[in-house]
Ligand binder design. Structure first.
Ligand SMILES: *Cc1c(COP(=O)(O)O)cnc(C)c1O
Length: 462
């Protein structure tokens, strides 16, 4: 096509303000309508230059509406988690209890006593809202909160061991997802790492012979996401504490998941609890807010007053502090752990998912199956499957579960279509099937999941 004809076509396009005028009756703010019109016209111009036929004015308006929807919808889409991974880091880890959700919404919209001492009218400390509760649950003297447990570990090492040595077993030099590695955090904190023992076995005498006048801390790290099997041995926390006491060295325990109740109540293997570490004599225990507490992202640091005071005063504490929404959600989440197992199961989504039994999940799967409308080329059946706790807790423990297996001409294409929906659907592809685990569905999500699956199947293969 000649330049002259192209110019003619380009000139026929409406001006931005004309298109904006045409769109102004509908939804959208002035700024987003303008942006959508600009984007569509720019695209149209590029298309014409590539030799495409110009769109009709109706078609342009339609495109503006689609563009408007694209630029105004939240990037933080909801996800229906059908993976069976209960604490899924990519999907935001914990589903918070109702009390936490209410607390966040109550505090978000107005002012609060975050750092205000009502008695004196002076500035107080934001830790008071969670400190007493953590101490009550853990049996500890003092507590503070950091942005997450990675931050908590960095803060504790910086405050207590910068420029000095930290003794740690070679069997505990863990890498958590997202490049959090104990040796790197150690370096960042300014502490020198003094590795002892071997990958599979570390003895008390290894710790003892590493102690010198420069030793600041004995660190124990929970090997969250891996297991060492066979000829293995670690020194129990009690013995590390005893050794530390002999030399006046505090033991810091990085628990990771940091549960407040024994998971054996839910038929799962036990994970160490925060109170058991405190009871064993750890000077400082660090753990996550959004792993087995099932609350907001946070790092909980608790232990003896002397060390917690030092940690609170470190400059990094200010840099890693949490906001009011986190404090409100954490306080409400922690409150649940005063209650009975039955109460927690009924009121905490995380523990409801742990407690759900296979028969119950199987009957959900049967119900789900009746909602599906399958094209001839697709199939669906009830499956026995495995759920996982996720986020580095009980990494090799499969929780028996039930779900539905979808067969289709191309499972990768189907899984992508489901991911791109709104809400997005997260599933597992295994054994030539798309597996939808019923355990991680939230109450009321089943109909929506069925309708998303049905429309994806229909669009792709009907
Ligand atoms: C998960 C984990 C961390 C990191 O916690 P985040 O809250 O994810 O930052 C640190 N240490 C251990 C042992 C962990 O399991």
């Amino acid at each position: 096509m000649k330049d002259l004809e192209l110019n003619e076509l380009l000139r026929k396009l409406p001006a931005v303000h004309e298109l904006v005028e045409e769109m102004s009756g509908g939804s959208g703010t002035p700024a987003t309508i303008l942006m959508a019109c600009r984007n569509v016209l720019e695209n149209e111009r590029a298309g014409i230059l590539e030799g495409k036929k110009p769109e009709t004015s109706e078609k342009l308006q339609e495109k503006v509406l689609i563009e408007l929807d694209r630029i105004t919808s939240s990037s933080m889409k909801n996800v229906i988690n059908a993976t069976g991974v209960i604490l899924h880091t990519a999907l935001g880890r914990a589903c918070m209890p109702e009390g936490a959700v209410e607390a966040v919404s109550r505090i978000a919209s107005g002012y609060s006593v975050l750092q205000w001492d009502c008695e004196t009218g002076r500035r107080g400390h934001r830790d008071i809202h969670t400190e007493r509760l953590i101490c009550e649950l853990a049996g500890s003297e003092a507590a503070t909160i950091a942005n997450n447990n990675a931050g908590a570990t960095l803060l504790v090492l910086s405050a207590l061991a910068s420029g000095r040595e930290v003794i740690v077993s070679r069997g505990q030099l863990v890498e958590i997802g997202g490049s959090f590695r104990i040796p790197d955090v150690m370096k960042q904190s300014g502490a020198r790492m003094r590795e002892v023992g071997c990958t599979n076995r570390t003895h008390l005498r290894d710790y003892r012979s590493a102690i010198n006048e420069n030793t600041a801390i004995i660190l124990r790290v929970h090997p969250s996401n891996y297991r060492i099997r066979g000829f293995t041995g670690e020194v129990p926390l009690e013995q590390l504490v005893e050794l530390g006491e002999e030399f006046g060295i505090p033991v810091v325990d990085d628990l990771g998941a940091g549960s407040y109740i024994d998971l054996s109540n839910f038929g799962l293997p036990s994970e160490p609890t925060v109170q058991s570490s405190i009871e064993a004599g750890a000077a400082v225990v660090t753990s996550s807010g959004d792993k087995l507490i099932g609350g907001p992202q946070a790092g909980i640091i608790t232990g003896s007053r002397e060390y917690i005071q030092k940690i609170k005063k470190h400059p990094l504490a200010r840099a890693l502090r949490v906001g009011k929404l986190t404090i409100a959600a954490l306080e409400a989440s922690l409150m649940l752990f005063r209650e009975s197992i039955d109460y927690i199961t009924a009121n905490h989504p995380l523990y409801r998912m742990f407690a759900a039994d296979v028969a119950e999940l199987r009957s959900m799967a049967e119900q789900f199956l009746t909602l599906l409308i399958l094209p001839d080329s697709c199939s669906a059946s009830i499956l026995e499957t495995d759920s996982y706790v996720g986020s580095g807790s009980l990494p090799d423990y499969a929780i028996p579960s039930a779900g539905v297996g979808l067969g289709s001409p191309d499972n990768e294409v189907l899984a992508r279509k489901l991911r791109l929906g709104n809400p997005a659907v997260a599933s597992r592809i295994e054994d030539g099937l798309i597996k939808l685990d019923m355990r991680t569905l939230q109450p009321g999500e089943m109909d929506m999941l069925a309708s998303l699956v049905n429309s994806a199947l229909q669009e792709l293969w009907e």
